[in-house]
Design a protein around this ligand. Structure first.
Ligand SMILES: Nc1ncnc2c1ncn2[C@@H]1O[C@H](COP(=O)(O)OP(=O)(O)OP(=O)(O)O)[C@@H](O)[C@H]1O
Ligand SMILES: [Mg+2]
Length: 358
């Protein structure tokens, strides 16, 4: 046993980089936003943060604390075909499906999953999402569109946001919740250290003094992985008491690039309420009704179903529908996707649920 473990009465080193959701602390706004996203059955959220800010920890915390079907994958598959094995692991084939070799293909996978889920919600957590190839992103979009009640949370380095915009704009448009992990505050830094020490049978914050933890907080900027590394270095000195004077000022950690000008949590677009839907002007409401019956329609297909006598010409009607659709998209009622030179539209999942209920 290492010297300092005996000295502090610990069963093992509490400051390893192991990820145990029981040690989770802080990030309350972010957890609330993730839970809201899931409860409201939104489709895609992205969780962004620099290395060591706690993305994996947050996903693992969700995995442990949600009651729904949760699928956590630690990194994106290299090829989309691997989704088949991943989902069969979670939702296994029945005996007969195995006997008759009824393994789904990538194309029949959404149907397979929907049948197995029987209407239950699926929470799909994808870590290291910034490493997803374009092809896999495209299949991810298909899965998210076609699996009923799936909420996908993609965690990755801040570059993920730009990657989605450039690689697959149609997927980016489906992102309703953006969450940023920044750093813990001083009280949470305290809590993290205490939880870690308690987990190995230690007492309070011993051997650290309060002043030492305050200094650790300032030195590390409250970044979880850096807090752990600093503590690990300090305990290896084996001192009876670790005080602020034992901690040098020198920042050997390069400060991750956290953009504090951006909100920690943002929704884009904000999902409208049912009241807002019901108080829309007649024409907008009518267009949504048409879309509630069929997905992915072009403005001209929609114009055809409207009463054309109210517009001067057909071209005029299509232009008017086009403008309304663009506004509805910005307000979170519809999603759009490029198809050839035109756009096709569908209701956002939230708005769809309102029409089902009516
Ligand atoms: N909220 C938290 N509460 C307590 N400990 C945390 C928290 N967030 C992270 N940690 C700890 O900090 C370390 C780094 O966290 P984690 O591995 O989740 O970061 P990450 O953002 O996934 O980094 P990377 O981008 O390198 O994968 C882990 O050992 C984890 O236990
Ligand atoms: Mg990670």
């Amino acid at each position: 046993m290492t010297n300092f473990l005996q000295k502090y009465g610990w069963s093992s080193n509490p400051f390893t980089l192991v990820i145990n959701p029981k040690h989770f602390t802080g990030y309350e706004d972010q957890i609330k936003a993730l839970k809201d996203h899931i409860e409201n059955r939104h489709k895609i959220a992205i969780l962004l943060g620099p290395t060591g800010s706690g993305k994996t920890m947050t996903l693992r915390w969700l995995e442990d604390n949600l009651r729904e079907n949760v699928l956590y994958i630690s990194k994106p598959p290299k090829s989309a075909e691997q989704f088949i094995d991943i989902f069969i692991d979670l939702l296994p084939l029945t005996f007969w499906q195995k006997i008759f070799n009824k393994r789904p293909s990538l194309y029949t996978l959404p149907k397979y999953i929907n049948t197995k889920l029987k209407g239950n919600q699926l929470i799909f957590l994808l870590d290291e999402a910034h490493e997803t190839s374009k092809d896999v992103l495209e299949w991810l979009r298909v899965l998210v569109d076609q699996i009923d009640n799936v909420s996908l949370i993609m965690a990755g380095m801040p570059m993920l946001e730009q990657k989605l915009k450039t690689d697959l704009e149609t997927l980016d448009q489906r992102v309703t919740t953006r969450i940023r992990l920044t750093n813990l505050n001083q009280a949470e830094t305290f809590d993290l250290i205490m939880k870690r020490i308690a987990s190995v049978g230690g007492e309070g914050i011993k051997p650290f003094t309060e002043a030492a933890i305050e200094k650790i907080y300032h030195k590390t900027g409250g970044f979880p992985r850096q807090i752990l590394k600093e503590c690990d270095k300090l305990i290896s000195l084996g001192k009876d008491i670790i005080d602020a004077s034992d901690i040098d000022e020198f920042r050997e950690f390069s400060q991750p690039n956290v953009r504090l000008d951006q909100p920690i949590v943002s929704f884009s677009p904000k999902p409208p309420s049912e009241d807002q839907l019901n108080s829309l002007p007649y024409k907008q409401r009518k267009i949504l009704e048409i879309l509630s019956k069929r997905d992915w329609l072009s403005p001209s297909a929609i114009a055809q179903e409207l009463d054309m006598s109210k517009y001067g010409s057909r071209g005029h009607a299509v232009r008017s529908v086009n403008n309304i659709l663009r506004r509805l998209m910005l307000e979170g009622y519809v999603l759009r996707e490029a198809k050839g030179k035109a756009f096709v539209y569908t209701l956002t999942p939230k708005i769809k649920t309102y029409f089902v209920e009516q």
